[in-house]
Design a protein around this ligand. Structure first.
Ligand code: ATP
Ligand code: MG
Length: 183
């Protein structure tokens, strides 16, 4: 599975619809301080199912919505769409009948957030499992936040094991076992 496009609307500093086309050869995003480089990575993490406001540098989940500036009013919703190339058909069964997958997450003030896959409502869990099975996702070790290296060094063995399991691609299995135990 390959990410091919990230579209942001009203997400953090990206108030106007912004389309990032992810093509082969893209190795970096550069720009002055505060231009939104980290926000792009947070948008990617968010659409894959991040549920911790702290991981989004916010106090609450609604803090991802454009908060307004002296010249522009705040928005009432934020939306991020992620396009995935699934030509190799590696996605889990529920998503695997398409060559391209579009996942959309939208949060509306006072109404929480909702996900769609191929235009149809899906649960947060479905989206999280899609990425967990593909060894990526909001908690993926491929996304390294500032300060995370220090966290890794100071992690307790159980936390470090979770990181290694994610890298080994078996965290999806653990989530399923946990759910089975709750039933
Ligand atoms: P640096 O080079 O310093 O790491 P950066 O390019 O990573 O900078 P970001 O941290 O992605 O920059 O963007 C920070 C900007 O996003 C700040 O100007 C901040 O005000 C703005 N921002 C964050 N959340 C919101 C929000 N909810 N509404 C509007 N603007 C926001
Ligand atoms: Mg940054």
């Amino acid at each position: 599975m390959q990410f091919t496009r990230l579209r942001l609307t009203g997400f953090k500093s990206f108030v106007d619809p912004t389309d990032l086309v992810i093509q082969d050869g893209l190795t970096g995003v550069v720009g002055p301080n505060g231009c939104g480089k980290s926000n792009l990575l947070e948008a990617l993490r968010w659409v894959m199912g991040e549920s911790r406001p702290t991981a989004m540098r916010g106090g609450g989940m609604e803090d991802v919505i454009f908060a307004g500036t002296t010249r522009r009013p705040a928005r009432n919703f934020a939306e991020v769409a992620l396009h995935i190339d699934n030509a190799e058909r590696l996605a889990p069964a529920a998503f695997n009948s398409h060559d391209a997958i579009e996942i959309v997450r939208r949060i509306t003030r006072d109404a929480g957030s909702a996900y769609k896959a191929q235009g149809r409502d899906v649960r947060a869990r479905d989206v999280q499992m899609l990425f967990a099975d593909a060894s990526t996702g909001a908690q993926s070790p491929a996304l390294v936040r500032q300060g995370q290296i220090a966290e890794l060094i100071n992690a307790r063995p159980t936390q470090r094991r979770r990181i290694l399991e994610e890298a080994a691609g078996i965290s999806g299995l653990y989530q399923r076992r946990h759910e089975a135990e709750l039933k």
